[in-house]
Design a protein around this ligand. Structure first.
Ligand SMILES: [Fe+2]
Ligand SMILES: [Fe+2]
Length: 482
């Protein structure tokens, strides 16, 4: 068998020639039951025995890489799939720029590389854990299916990282692979590595914000790892990005449909004031200020994932050629960044000031800036719907210094508009900037499940089309007793 064809006769579908590496195959087969236990324990609660119309990756060809069909999630074929190798690929940046890309781990960078893979790998199961209760309040079968699709693919992304660990890092890799299914989101004793992955995703508005913002951080990280000089990591991430595009779609259209429904309902009922929350909520839709508060929260939590603006770790990863910039191969410079600078926003004497720092040190800030720019398109589209309904309200990404726990602005009290205030004033106004316990109570009561075929909860617009040629009114999830 050519190693690039996907072998589906195996317990673990793969295009990495697992059958010809018995030792690795055994290691992965030993990890498999623990993974299934984790999935049964921490995967979608209440729907493990339910048929869901899911896509499964069956090839890595650009056309037709997936097949669709009904699957019970624990039977999903989580496979190990690497994108086709690129002939003549080179290390794209740093000290080894232009050398042939590595097919084996360069010894001197072994622990740095392992760390990068573990941190990425840890986020994948974490989001499944965070979202495990959401099926119970799904606004439609279509949305429920999209949630489960995202969940099984995050499971596959975990497999992708575990493959790299087990294949290239020997005993340490096996131990790390085990830890990845031992840690739990929000656990005190063994939390997930990054902060945002220990927060709750308590409701569907949060879910859509999470997929819009936090999965988009994932996309940015995968984009920079897809440029890695360690070729197996690059190929793994390139294929993960094909799946990740759907997660962006779910977030973007999910938020968009909620906002459109609110705007429509307000227009139909001639409610002009978006801050007349009682009247808006009485229409059975979510008020725009609450949507803004959720956006403030998820945006700021996600910014923390980029790490400190100025970071020697980021510089080391780059110089080693392990993690590059977003679209490194499309940037025209020396790809070593010797002597180059990058403008980083800092707080100097109480004023936000842009300062040039060595570009290597400012790589996290740069990736974060790329991320913010990438978010802007969605927000613009959402605002268009609000404007077209004749409502005077504009959703805005908060200032990057707002509500931060990591980096230059951690612990500084800043309003969403970017005004620096006292900690006391911040505490008083927090309720108007971030979701409160009242908001949570409202949403919990408000978001009741909608399981009838073709029905949608009143607070979210129908999508313009179904999944891959299926009608919107398709039974995407065969919910028992629905
Ligand atoms: Fe992922
Ligand atoms: Fe994702």
């Amino acid at each position: 068998m050519l190693s690039e064809e996907v072998d589906y006769d195996q317990l673990i579908p793969n295009n990495v020639g697992l059958a010809s590496d018995p030792k690795l195959q055994r290691a992965l087969e030993e990890w498999h039951p623990g993974y299934i236990d984790w999935w049964m324990d921490m995967g979608p609660d209440g729907f493990q025995n339910t048929d869901v119309w899911l896509r499964t990756a069956i090839s890595v060809d650009k056309s037709g890489w997936a097949k669709f069909g009904f699957v019970k999630m624990p039977d999903y074929r989580w496979g190990i799939l690497l994108a086709h190798p690129e002939e003549g690929r080179v290390v794209p940046c740093g000290d080894h720029y232009g050398d042939p890309a590595w097919q084996e781990v360069p010894g001197e960078y072994r622990s740095m590389l392992r760390r990068l893979i573990v941190v990425q790998g840890d986020t994948e199961p974490a989001s499944v854990e965070q979202q495990r209760l959401l099926g119970k309040s799904a606004p439609s079968l279509y949305d429920m299916r999209n949630l489960f699709q995202v969940n099984v693919e995050e499971g596959r992304h975990l497999w992708a990282m575990v493959y790299l660990l087990q294949r290239y890092f020997g005993r340490d890799g096996r131990e790390e692979a085990h830890e990845l299914i031992r840690r739990r989101s929000g656990s005190e004793e063994a939390p997930r590595i990054l902060g945002a992955f220990n927060e709750e995703t308590p409701d569907w508005l949060s879910f859509f914000m999470f997929t819009f913002f936090t999965d988009r951080d994932g996309k940015m990280q995968l984009e920079s790892l897809a440029q890695s000089g360690f070729d197996p990591l690059s190929r793994t991430c390139r294929f993960m990005l094909a799946e990740e595009a759907h997660h962006m779609f779910v977030g973007d259209t999910g938020c968009g449909r909620i906002i459109r429904r609110t705007a429509e309902a307000m227009r139909e009922a001639n409610v002009e004031d978006p801050y007349d929350v009682e009247r808006v909520r009485a229409l059975g839709v979510i008020d725009l200020p609450l949507i803004q508060r959720k956006m403030n929260l998820h945006f700021s939590l996600t910014l923390d994932l980029f790490g400190a603006e100025e970071s020697t770790n980021a510089a080391n990863y780059y110089t080693a050629g392990l993690k590059a910039r977003y679209h490194e191969d499309q940037i025209r410079d020396d790809h070593r960044l010797h002597g180059a600078t990058y403008p980083v926003m800092r707080l100097v004497d109480g004023v936000f000031t842009s300062e040039e720092v060595p570009a290597l040190i400012g790589l996290n800030a740069r990736l974060r800036d790329d991320f913010v720019a990438d978010c802007a398109g969605g927000v613009r589209r959402w605002n268009k719907d609000i404007r077209e309904a004749g409502i005077e309200f504009e959703l805005r990404l908060p200032h990057v210094a707002f509500n931060r726990g990591v980096g230059e602005f951690a612990g500084v009290s800043v309003t969403p508009a970017g005004e620096i205030i006292s900690a006391e004033a911040a505490r008083q106004d927090e309720k108007s900037w971030l979701p409160s316990t009242d908001d949570a109570a409202f949403i919990e009561e408000f978001m009741q499940p909608t399981y009838q075929i073709g029905d949608f909860a009143g607070w979210i617009a129908r999508p313009s089309k179904g999944v891959l040629g299926q009608p919107v009114d398709f039974e995407y999830v065969k919910v028992p007793d629905a």
